[in-house]
Design a protein around this ligand. Structure first.
Ligand SMILES: O=C(O)[C@H](O)[C@@H](O)[C@H](O)[C@H](O)COP(=O)(O)O
Length: 232
């Protein structure tokens, strides 16, 4: 599917514009069916965007927020994406939104993935908004090169849900929505910042295997257009 690059002069300009676009999309979904859903990424990039989005005046009590992926750590762990969202997005007006975590206190990451799939089954079919990030190795969500379940994660026929992923660059075992869960969002965004990430994107847009740079699966096969938001 096609992608569109939206370039901004600064991360602050990007955060404001993306927050407006996401707020409009969520509000339209609420008007149409009374609810809205958004799946966001962790990492360092989205923090300013989360903070601006949290101030937008929409019917947050009708919005369900979840994560694109999560590290297999509890919400009080500094590596937790839940902690990042709690501290930066579930604040201000967005405090009244419902949050569905991916981490589940289970005996294994596999059991946590099963529980998370069960608990998120009623949202995101499709998501109204998905915000993806991208690592320097071309991973997105927890679709890491060399990942333990990468082929399953990227396979369009894999049912929607959350699966586990382990990879050298991933740190803890991961919980991640599958490609099939994310690729048809009404608004599908890739949010990256810095010249380095722009170079990584250019490489990903070139030829090569999806397994080497898994963001390629989104850029090449997503049903929805990919809106790329970039600032230096
Ligand atoms: O759990 C995570 O870390 C994210 O979901 C991951 O996919 C992130 O989006 C990229 O690693 C980019 O991270 P940065 O924004 O920190 O560069």
């Amino acid at each position: 599917m096609a992608s569109t690059l939206h370039s901004f002069a600064s991360p602050a300009d990007l955060a404001g514009s993306l927050a407006d676009k996401v707020a409009d999309t969520l509000s339209a979904a609420i008007s149409a069916r009374g609810t809205a859903s958004i799946a966001v990424s962790g990492g360092s990039t989205p923090k300013a965007f989360f903070q601006v989005l949290s101030t937008r005046d929409i019917a947050w009590d009708k919005v369900t927020i979840t994560l694109v992926d999560e590290r297999f750590v509890p919400a009080d762990n500094a590596r937790s994406n839940h902690m990042l969202v709690d501290a930066n997005l579930l604040q201000n007006k967005a405090k009244s939104a419902r949050f569905v975590p991916l981490y589940q206190p289970a005996a294994s990451v596999e059991e946590a993935a099963r529980l998370a799939t069960e608990k998120s089954a009623e949202i995101g079919i499709p998501f109204d908004v998905v915000i993806l990030g991208m690592g320097g190795d071309g991973h997105t969500a927890s679709f890491f090169p060399g990942g333990s379940n990468l082929a399953t994660a990227l396979d369009a026929s894999t049912p929607r849900g959350i699966i586990t992923m382990e990879a050298e660059g991933a740190g803890e075992p991961r919980l991640t929505f599958t490609f099939s869960s994310l690729q048809d969002a009404a608004l599908l965004v890739l949010h990256i910042e810095g010249e380095g990430k722009k170079d990584v994107l250019a490489k990903a847009e070139g030829s090569g295997d999806e397994a080497d740079m898994p963001i390629r699966a989104i850029l090449r096969r997503a049903t929805s257009p990919v809106e790329i938001y970039w600032a230096p």
